[in-house]
Write a protein that binds this ligand. Structure first.
Ligand SMILES: Cc1ncc(C[n+]2csc(CCOP(=O)(O)OP(=O)(O)O)c2C)c(N)n1
Length: 644
């Protein structure tokens, strides 16, 4: 296997083009197997194979800096930089991270995994390189930023373009255009890119222009003049240039992102210009794996493990040539779908019911209609589902505007991505008391995607927004009830936050109402307050404690804000109160409870997530290690009561 002989990017430079084609096949097979075993990002990595090979052949990483926006598409980069063994445990403890990681390799310069940041990093690194060059020159360093068309929809990407163009920084921006985020990208610029790639006249002339440029012996003012003159010939299809070039960013392309030779020439040519250059590279998401190519929902952007079994069970042949996209649209996705009993599923079901009753309800997503459970809503209500692109900040303020205009926006977003838009939540929505409902999926510890994807800040931050109501459901039925109750709150924003896990089923008497807390058991030795999914763990802990002769009161606060005074009064009658939440302990709900009970008698012990970046592992293992499960809660009680 050629792949086994690649320990570092330099090894690639020894291969013939025939061997490179073989290597790309091996890379695809390897990635499909690794993701099938562990789950992970598939479609984006299959689409970027040749581009990554070309980048590493053209550049000299890590002296040259290759930055991947978001970083979910860096598996090939990892495989070409000596990390093949880590893939056996991709995203699992002891295995490789699903995103770039500076701890893993010098070839990884950034690792944040929230989208649209790469041009800002590139601008900063280019500024530093330029500044250092005046004192201690860095060896001919190139900076290349790889940015998807989806990530280009984020505000930070536009801000980055503006600053790169203005500063004239030497950065090559590789626009990896596959036409999709998870779903098709929402952007008229992308529409222009699509038009330009499907215009045969433009493509022909562009090829002539590129070969003309490549043949020039010296790239300088003469060739620039030549290119400017040639541009006159392609005026009819100038939209991308019209966008990039007034910003001071040169546009080159489009190039075939699956043709290594063409890409290498383009990367070499881009280096000959001063200032920022966009190389528009066209790729196909999911390339070479039929189920991903045919997944019209999200091109298997991310998948759970063992999808090959599912494919085999369906009678489909994963290695068969892809079906014709025009004749075989598949409405379903082979990717992660909410389990029938998941919180996401409860949200989908109840939002549709509510929207049937109330025409003014609209749903907002930031490029993730599928994973946030909005696809059935979109199928039913069409343009009442608004995809704003990967633009959470814009989405939040736009929601404020919609609410001011009489709509009732429900923004469905992962907890970790809403925190990026905290200022907008606080001032644009909160200050204006707009009745926007934020539905936060993947709240709490998500685990395997590493520190950037845990949803542990939402309760800390949102509880500081005046007038914000925060619900944390502990069952399928509670989420449904809370969505109805949220609709009735019209004088300010509401947040409902839930974990990725399946949701326990509750009987009608186990479902509360409004912002009232719900008492689950009555005891005398300790009062345990479990927020959201921790209510279940608290109830189990109470059962375990009976074996130690300890009787516990258990409360499910339901509303993390405002806190129910009846619950606080009851808690105040106990000598010990233990709170548990799957968010940061410092500044979280337990600490609010502690403040409210100060001076009223009980000792309050707050269990929550420490203020740390938590390395990837399974969510259950992380929670267990933090003492945030039944056993951990029971042990804390025993220790506090000196019975441990
Ligand atoms: C701020 C933020 N919002 C949402 C996401 C979730 N997310 C991860 S990848 C992705 C799509 C990226 O699309 P694109 O940049 O075109 O890359 P592709 O996967 O198509 O190669 C999204 C929405 C994220 N990582 N960061």
């Amino acid at each position: 296997m050629i792949l086994n002989s690649i320990n570092e990017p330099a090894d690639l430079k020894l291969l013939s083009h025939r061997q490179l084609v073989e290597l790309c096949e091996e890379l695809r097979t390897f990635i499909v197997d690794a993701v099938n075993t562990n789950g992970g990002h598939l479609g984006s990595n299959l689409g970027i194979v040749e581009l990554t090979v070309a980048l590493h052949r053209s550049l000299n990483s890590p002296n040259d800096i290759i930055l991947f926006d978001t970083g979910h598409q860096a598996y090939v980069h990892k495989l070409l930089t000596g990390r093949i063994d880590g893939f056996a445990k991709l995203k699992r403890k002891g295995g490789i991270s699903g995103y770039p990681s500076r701890e893993e390799s010098d070839h990884d310069w950034i690792e944040n995994s929230h989208a649209s940041t790469v041009l800002a990093y590139a601008h900063g690194l280019a500024t530093a390189t330029q500044s250092l060059n005046q004192t201690e020159p860095v060896d001919n360093r190139r900076i290349v930023a790889v940015l998807g068309d989806g990530s280009l929809t984020g505000g930070m990407a536009f801000e980055g373009l503006n600053n790169l163009g203005h500063s004239g920084s030497d950065v090559t921006i590789v626009l990896n255009d596959n036409g999709r985020s998870y779903a098709p990208t929402i952007s008229l610029l992308t529409d222009s890119l699509i038009k330009i790639r499907s215009n045969p006249v433009y493509m022909r002339r562009q090829r002539m222009l590129e070969s003309f440029t490549a043949r020039l012996p010296i790239i300088g003012k003469y060739s620039l003049a030549g290119i400017r003159a040639s541009k006159a010939a392609i005026r009819e299809a100038l939209e991308p240039q019209a966008f990039f070039e007034p910003l001071g960013v040169r546009y080159m392309g489009p190039f075939d992102g699956h043709n290594i030779e063409e890409l290498e020439v383009a990367l070499t040519n881009a280096d000959k210009f001063d200032g920022p250059v966009v190389l528009h590279v066209r790729t196909q998401k999911g390339r070479g794996f039929a189920p991903a190519e045919n997944d019209h929902v999200k091109a298997m952007h991310d998948t759970s493990p063992h999808f090959l079994d599912k494919e085999a069970g369906s009678g489909a042949n994963p290695t068969a040539p892809p079906a014709d996209a025009n004749t075989a649209p598949s409405p379903t996705s082979t990717s992660i779908e909410p389990k029938p009993d998941s919180y996401t599923d409860a949200f989908t079901e109840s939002l549709i019911k509510l929207a049937d009753e109330h025409q003014e309800i609209v749903a907002i997503t930031a490029a993730m209609p599928d994973s946030t459970g909005l696809l059935p809503f979109r199928e039913r209500f069409g343009d009442r589902c608004i995809d704003v692109g990967i633009a959470e900040q814009h989405g939040v303020t736009a929601a404020a505007g919609m609410a001011m205009g009489g709509l009732r926006p429900v923004m469905a977003v992962y907890s970790t991505f809403l925190t990026r838009a905290f200022d907008q939540v606080n001032l644009d929505v909160g200050l204006h008391r707009c009745p926007v409902i934020f539905c936060l999926d993947r709240a709490g510890i998500t685990g395997s995607d590493g520190p950037s994807h845990n949803g542990i800040l939402d309760m800390v931050l949102l509880s500081k927004v005046p007038g914000m109501t925060i619900f944390a459901p502990s069952s399928y039925q509670e989420l449904q009830q809370m969505l109805h109750d949220a609709y009735d709150i019209t004088d300010g924003p509401v947040c409902i936050r839930w974990p990725k896990t399946s949701a326990p089923s509750a009987t009608p008497d186990q479902v509360g109402i409004g912002v009232n807390a719900r008492k689950i058991t009555t005891g005398s030795d300790v009062c345990i307050i479990g927020v959201g999914k921790m209510a279940g763990a608290a109830t189990e802990a109470a059962e375990q404690l009976t074996q130690h002769g300890i009787s516990a009161t258990v409360w499910d606060p339901r509303a993390a804000k405002p806190l129910d005074p009846a619950m606080l009064d009851d808690a105040a009658n106990h000598g010990l109160v233990v709170t548990a939440e799957d968010g940061l302990a410092e500044g979280g709900i337990g600490s609010s409870i502690g403040l409210r009970l100060a001076g009223r008698g009980p000792e309050v012990h707050v269990l929550g997530v420490p203020t740390e970046y938590i390395t990837h592992d399974s969510a259950d293992t992380i929670l267990h290690n933090l003492g945030l499960d039944a056993e951990g809660i029971a042990n804390t009680v025993l220790q506090c009561l000196n019975r441990g």
